[in-house]
Design a protein around this ligand. Structure first.
Ligand code: GLP
Length: 239
């Protein structure tokens, strides 16, 4: 894993956006793996800016998101469908964009279909990842084994707690999600993980310097042949 440390979160976002820009410029038909959470917001804003300045064109590119909550309508402001629409999709011209279906009556079928769609698109060229405070990637929580394909997951109390900030006080934070598996993430041709802030320093340390273990899912990225971690000084404090 290549690690680059920047002074500020803004610099992390710019560096990450540059990787996506060069991917789309060198291969306009790129298949992009996208993420939610607060970490990618600056990257998405920069991509929108470059699209508005006619520097980037996404009209032949496709995207697949990592995950979605189970059981909240896509129209709910807190759904990842809504998040992606508001933070990126409204501002660029992707040919097609997909997220896992968190409201299917047949969740196993929905998982299989998502994997099939990624495969049909030719696999993911560049996958963006944030990292959870407990080292999760997508919604692949710490467990005794690495997941393979898309699956339904039960969120840990620490993740539910971290996600609470996006929901209204009276709203229940979902406890289940549908997430691309670790195997699918590892099959991406290139991975860029971003991490900002003090509360990510333990997870970043474990991902980079700890043992490769499903108890800290991001640690598997040490085995990826083309993975870059972009982080700010605070997230890198223990490296
Ligand atoms: C959620 C998402 C992850 C994301 C994580 C960290 O759990 N499913 O993909 O990496 O949040 O989010 P943030 O960037 O807000 O810290």
């Amino acid at each position: 894993m290549v690690v680059r440390v920047f002074e500020s979160p803004e610099q992390v976002s710019t560096a990450c956006a540059m990787l996506f820009a060069s991917q789309v410029i060198s291969n306009p038909r790129a298949v992009l793996g996208l993420a939610t959470g607060s970490s990618p917001i600056g990257t998405y804003q920069q991509l929108i800016n470059w699209y508005n300045e006619d520097i980037l064109d996404f009209s032949e590119a496709t995207s697949f998101n990592l995950d979605e909550y189970v059981g909240i309508p896509e129209s709910n402001e807190c759904s990842y469908h809504c998040f992606m629409q508001n933070q990126l999709f409204h501002g660029i011209n992707l040919k097609a964009s997909y997220l896992p279906d968190g409201n299917s009556k047949d969740m196993r079928g929905a998982c299989r279909n998502y994997d099939k769609a990624i495969k049909k698109a030719g696999g993911i060229d560049l996958q963006l990842l944030g990292i959870g405070r407990n080292g999760h990637i997508g919604f692949n929580e710490p467990s005794d084994a690495f997941s393979f394909g898309t699956q339904v997951v039960t969120l840990t109390p620490s993740t539910i707690d971290a996600n609470r900030r996006f929901f209204d006080e009276h709203e229940e934070v979902p406890s289940m999600a549908i997430s691309m598996g670790v195997g699918t993430i590892m099959a991406s041709r290139r991975v860029v993980m971003i991490a900002m802030g003090d509360d990510k320093q333990d997870a970043v340390y474990g991902a980079v310097k700890g043992p490769v273990t499903p108890h800290l899912p991001a640690s598997i990225l040490q085995m990826h042949q083309d993975c870059i971690l972009l982080c700010d000084r605070k997230a890198a404090a223990q490296l």
